[in-house]
Design a protein around this ligand. Structure first.
Ligand code: AMP
Length: 227
C-alpha cells in the first residue's frame, strides 16, 4: 500500500521538519511547494519569479501555478510507493485538484495529519527561525550561535518572509485560506490531529504512530467514496 501523506499546519508548526523526518524514515520523497518555488527563484524560472512577489508579501501563489507544479512532481517515479506533501494543499481548490490527481493515479487514500500549535508559540518560532541559504534546511532553533548549516555548511539566514509584519500576515492568510482545507479533510476517516507544541522528538513519535494507525486500521475508504 502506498503511503500518501499530507502534513497540514500553520507556518511555524513544524510541518517541514516533521515531513522531512517521516519521509526519510520511510524512504519517501518529501514534496514541499515552498522549497520548489524557492529553488525555481534561485534558477530564475519565470513562474517562480512571478510567485516571488506574492511570497515576499506573505500571500499565496496562484492555485493554477501550484497545482501545475505538484502535478508535474507527482509524475516522477519516486512517488510510486507514496509521498509526503508539505505546504500543499493550502486552499480548498488545491485540495480538490489533488483529489482529482489521486483519482487519475488510482492511488491509495490520502492520510492527512494536522499539526496544531497555539498562535503565540507560532509567532515566537517564526520570528526567530533561520534556514540554510544553500540547501533550505531549517536551522536548529536552540543553537542560536550557529552560523552555518549542519547538513551542507551553507550560511544560515532569516527567511525573507519571516519578519514580524510578514509573519502576522502569513498567519492571517493561513487562517483565512488554509483553515478551510482542514475542514475539507476533517471528516475523512484518515484525518488525524497531532499536538505540535511538544518537543520535536515527541511530535515525530506521535506522527509516526498516528499515520500507522490511520493506515493499519484500514480506515481509508476507496477514493471514490471519499468526499
Ligand atoms: P512555505 O515554505 O511552505 O512556508 O511557503 C513559502 C511561500 O510560498 C508561501 O508563503 C506562499 O507564498 C508560497 N507557497 C508555498 N506553497 C504554496 C501553496 N500550496 N499555495 C500557494 N502558495 C504557496
Amino acid at each position: 500500500m502506498a503511503l500518501n501523506v499530507i502534513m497540514l499546519g500553520a507556518p511555524g508548526a513544524g510541518k517541514g521538519t516533521q515531513a522531512e523526518s517521516f519521509a526519510r524514515a520511510h524512504g519517501l520523497p518529501k514534496i514541499s511547494t515552498g522549497d520548489i518555488l524557492r529553488e525555481g527563484i534561485k534558477n530564475e524560472l519565470p513562474l517562480a519569479l512571478v510567485a516571488k512577489q506574492k511570497m515576499d508579501r506573505g500571500e499565496l501563489a496562484d492555485d493554477a501555478t501550484i497545482v501545475g507544479i505538484v502535478r508535474e512532481r507527482l509524475k516522477n517515479s519516486d512517488t510510486k510507493a507514496g509521498f509526503v506533501l508539505d505546504g500543499f494543499p493550502r486552499t480548498v481548490v488545491q485540495g480538490q485538484a489533488l483529489d482529482q490527481l489521486m483519482v487519475e493515479r488510482g492511488s491509495d487514500p490520502l492520510v492527512i495529519v494536522d499539526i496544531v500549535v497555539p498562535k503565540a508559540e507560532l509567532v515566537r518560532r517564526l520570528s526567530t527561525r533561520r534556514i540554510c541559504s544553500g540547501c533550505g534546511a531549517n536551522a536548529d532553533p536552540l543553537d542560536t550561535a550557529a552560523t552555518n548549516c549542519t547538513v551542507c555548511g551553507g550560511v544560515l539566514v532569516h527567511r525573507s518572509d519571516d519578519n514580524d509584519r510578514i509573519v502576522l500576515e502569513r498567519l492571517r492568510v493561513y487562517h483565512e485560506s488554509t483553515k478551510p482545507v482542514v475542514d475539507y479533510y476533517r471528516d475523512r476517516p484518515t484525518f488525524r490531529t497531532v499536538n505540535g507544541a511538544q518537543a520535536p522528538d515527541l511530535v515525530t513519535a506521535e506522527i509516526e504512530a498516528t499515520i500507522m494507525d490511520a493506515t493499519r486500521a484500514g480506515l481509508g475508504l476507496p477514493l471514490s467514496a471519499q468526499r
